[in-house]
Design a protein around this ligand. Structure first.
Ligand SMILES: C[S@@+](CC[C@H](N)C(=O)[O-])C[C@H]1O[C@@H](n2cnc3c(N)ncnc32)[C@H](O)[C@@H]1O
Length: 312
């Protein structure tokens, strides 16, 4: 089991965790959001926890945001100087950005664009030169397009699939915010599994595939998605969609009853013939603490989801 967290996310910071809540900074907006796994005590004083712009109270459909008067309905959040996102407070306690995914974004940036970050790399150019050229990437259950924006900035060619019209509309806002041309991303409003199966029949190939399926979901026509029932079929389909020199495949899971080990076992079977390296674990967020009891404890890490990832 491994734990992965990101090195850098310019505008996001987990400030503290405790008593069932996270305290976070998203640019200059401070949020307090529930997280039921947080059964320990906060490390910052109450005054820090009281100093928030919005707090989500309750849970699920019955939950709501208590906002300070005058709080903007949306604002910009920078991941890196050249990648930003539109943040909004959604009715289900989210902001449209899963910051912890930055650990995966850093991983596939390194795998697909080893020269990224090098002073000679034209990071502000869409379609900039990558080692091996731009790659074809399939992003399934792609939501507001965090991964899509990062890969597009790296110059890759992304097919972004989601069953929700509002999610695709929000992803297009992110495309516009980053000043990517309209044709830079291929938008598909469809059921992820149906689309992948159709791409296989059409003989399409991808150099990298990302999937972030929910525990339960719906296709645009109302067909249900069930993680445990449908993921094995989707994964097999996607392994067959990978090109001969494909670089990566990533499975991410939130709020499912699957474990990282179950994803690992599934991936091992799916890639048995192909080979390559598989790793699985939990994706985390981290904040500093000063433990009064143990000077060696300087950080606290919280689990946000599970992943399994394959690389060639
Ligand atoms: C957990 S979110 C993905 C988070 C995203 N990858 C990120 O890092 O920001 C799940 C997404 O799956 C979509 N979805 C649910 N069922 C689907 C289906 N059957 N086919 C395609 N997308 C689906 C939802 O609309 C939602 O946008």
């Amino acid at each position: 089991m491994i734990y992965k967290t990101f090195d850098q996310f310019l505008d996001f910071e987990l400030l503290d965790s405790g008593n069932g809540y996270r305290l976070e900074r998203w640019s200059n907006i401070r949020l307090k959001r529930p997280d039921p796994q947080i059964i320990w005590q906060p490390s910052l004083p109450q005054s820090e926890w009281d100093n928030v712009d919005a707090e989500f109270v309750g849970s699920g459909e019955k939950g709501r945001w208590n906002k300070r008067p005058g709080l903007a309905t949306q604002w910009e959040v920078y991941f890196r100087p050249d990648i930003k996102f539109v943040a909004k407070l959604t009715p289900f306690k989210h902001t449209g950005i899963f910051a912890e995914q930055a650990a995966n974004w850093e991983w596939f940036t390194e795998l697909t664009t080893p020269s990224f970050g090098h002073p000679s790399y034209p990071s502000s150019t869409v379609g900039g030169e990558n080692i091996g050229g731009p790659l074809r990437i399939l992003n399934l259950f792609a939501y507001t397009g965090g991964a899509t924006m990062v890969l597009t900035r790296l110059g890759h060619s992304v097919t972004h699939v989601d069953a929700s019209k509002p999610a695709i509309a929000w992803a297009k806002e992110n495309q516009a915010l980053n000043k990517f041309p309209p044709e830079s991303i291929r938008w598909i409003l469809d059921d992820a599994l149906k689309f992948a199966q159709r791409e296989l029949k059409r003989g399409q190939k991808y150099d990298g595939i990302i999937m972030d399926p929910p525990a339960f979901g719906h296709s645009p026509t109302g067909k249900t998605w069930k993680f445990n029932r449908d993921l094995p079929i989707l994964l097999d389909t996607c392994v067959n969609l990978l090109s001969d020199d494909a670089k990566f495949l990533l499975i991410n899971g939130y709020a499912t009853n699957a474990s990282a080990l179950s994803l690992n076992n599934l991936a091992e079977d799916a890639f048995a013939e192909r080979g390559g390296k598989i790793e699985a674990g939990e994706i985390t967020l981290k904040h500093q603490i000063k433990s009064p009891h143990n000077k060696d404890i300087t950080h606290r890490e919280i689990s946000t989801g599970i992943f399994a990832r394959w690389q060639n």
